[in-house]
Write a protein that binds this ligand. Sequence first.
Ligand code: DSN
Length: 424
Amino acid sequence: MNEARRDPPLAEADPELWQHIRGEDARQRESLRLIASENYVSRAVLEASATTLTNKYAEGYPGRRYYEGMDFVDPIENLAIARARALFGADHANVQPYSGSPANLAVLLGLCKPGDTTMGLALPAGGHLTHGWKVSATGIYYKSVQYGVRRDDHRIDMDEVRSLAREHRPKLIWVGHSAYPRILDFPAFAEIAAEVGAHLVADIAHVAGLVAGGVHPNPVPHCAAVTTTTHKTLRGPRGGLILCKAEHAAAIDKAVFPGLQGGPHNHTTAAKAVAFAEAATPAFAAYAKQIVVNAQALAEHLLARGYTLISGGTDNHLLLIDLTNKGISGRVAATALNRCGIELNGNSIPFDPRKPFDPSGIRIGLASLTSRGLVASHMAEVAALIDEGVLAAAASNGEPDAALCARMKARVAEFLAPMPAPGL
Ligand code: DSN
């Protein structure tokens, strides 16, 4: 066969790259994965992602495309739309956003004009960059007002939200977070938005799986639009989703395409459709419930070990921990823990005196470990591993002994081995 037309498997075609991918497989198999925005997708989701759908262009929407050959792409996108609508009880779904940030930008493009005022939870208080933080396009092209959390209990202060909304009369109010361990009061936000004539938009990127599984309130009835990524607690492929009321459907669709994006990533759309079907099952509802049970059990064990939890605990999948009393910064601890096979991220805490790149806290999420089948009784060992790593890091100025790191890595791998990760 002509050399240029040979079509060898990846291991043969690009062994260097293949080795890196196999290395990542092993890393994910053997690490205690605690990054709150990550998960393990199912084999079915992985399979749908790696298909010939990646070869196809499909600008437009089902039935209204700019390309031919939509025999299968249209029904796939329609399936994803129908499943997303049913899962969250939404009038309309757009399944094309490439991820959460483009989804949020599309909502702004669809519902606001550049220069309009928006309100969102400030990044240092647990909000997301795209909710109007100053370095984000959402804070550059829109006038952004940021609300925070109370100093004493680290909860969103609805009195502050109301008074800022009355003062600034925003066109759009974001409710959502990247690092807030408590339930969001969607009806209270909706009441404030209605009073000032703002669109309420929930970004449920972190808790979408909990919403789908019925263990977190659903914002859809209260909001003009709801955005989410599909890959965190929802356990789908890397991607985004916008749900909205029927009256905003045309504006949102126009904002996604042609406003912001070109052709949708059809292989990802297919994988989203698989994930939405999985998330509608009783097994997924049990999974979502277990995530919260595990997070609360881990919170108790860490509190017993003297850790300071922001807001004192958690209602969802994540814990935010202030390491100040442990004598180590979040970044240094996270780097040292990673060397011990424990993967999490340094994170700013509310009113953090340290800089965002070297903050006081760490953030922990339980979605990945729960996907492996860990339950509450495993959380004592998870807490012990985290604690040993943090104490070793603090005692060594962030440079724990290589032999200790190797021992901890082996212990983590041995602990996890009986609970294989989906997709691997
Ligand atoms: N902010 C990222 C996170 O929560 O990890 C996702 O955008």
